[in-house]
Design a binder for this molecule. Sequence first.
Ligand code: FE2
Ligand code: FE2
Length: 252
Amino acid sequence: MRNSTDATRLGINRTGLQMSPEHAQEMLEGTQLLEMDMPAGTSDEADGQALSAMRQEYIAMADPLGSVPAPATLKGAAKSGAKMLTGRRPQVFIDKLSERLAFERGGTRLYDAVYAKALASKGDISKVPAEELLEIRNSEARHALLIKECMETLGADPTAQTPCADLVGVESAGLLQAVSDPRTTLAQTLHAALAAELIDNEGWEDLMTMAREMGHDDMANRFKQALDEEAVHLTKVRNWYTLLTMETSELM
Ligand SMILES: [Fe+2]
Ligand SMILES: [Fe+2]
């Protein structure tokens, strides 16, 4: 496979208006004609107000993304050793735990693909050690297992798809798609991984605060450790990404 530098070569790209000024002019004239044809009082629809109005109609009719199943401790069916959930709306904590589990599981799959990309990127592999990518991958998998364990301690079902788990699944689909695309370079792949790590760091921070507030200090301490590990992931990915990108621009 080509390295990150080869991928940004100059070439024939017909996607921009500058490629054909004549057609660009025709297109702009067409747009103006279209606006002139609109019935009086509707020209403001061209600036997105009609779309916004339609979106608001759909939002008003929409169901929520899903629901959070009641944990066993709330149903009074706590197993011995299960920790009671406190707070007025403990389902929010369960939802955020599910979210983290979904993201960490997705992160494991993401790094499987980053690792493969690194192995295939012969020119870049000396700068981005594949074994360190594998370490991050395994760290994400351990994080997913940590959340699974914590959820079981609370009597919650780690296999349930809660609203926030659904949300991050949809959000991270684009990241996985970018990383899995055989055409993206290692530098481009690391850009997607960088986005995931920024979300990771934010996510553990929130979860740690929430666990602490709810009186689950033992969990909060374990989440703090995960957060420290995420900080290491972030630094590494950021450095690799910067190194490869600066190198492609020959600024380093
Ligand atoms: Fe993670
Ligand atoms: Fe991470």
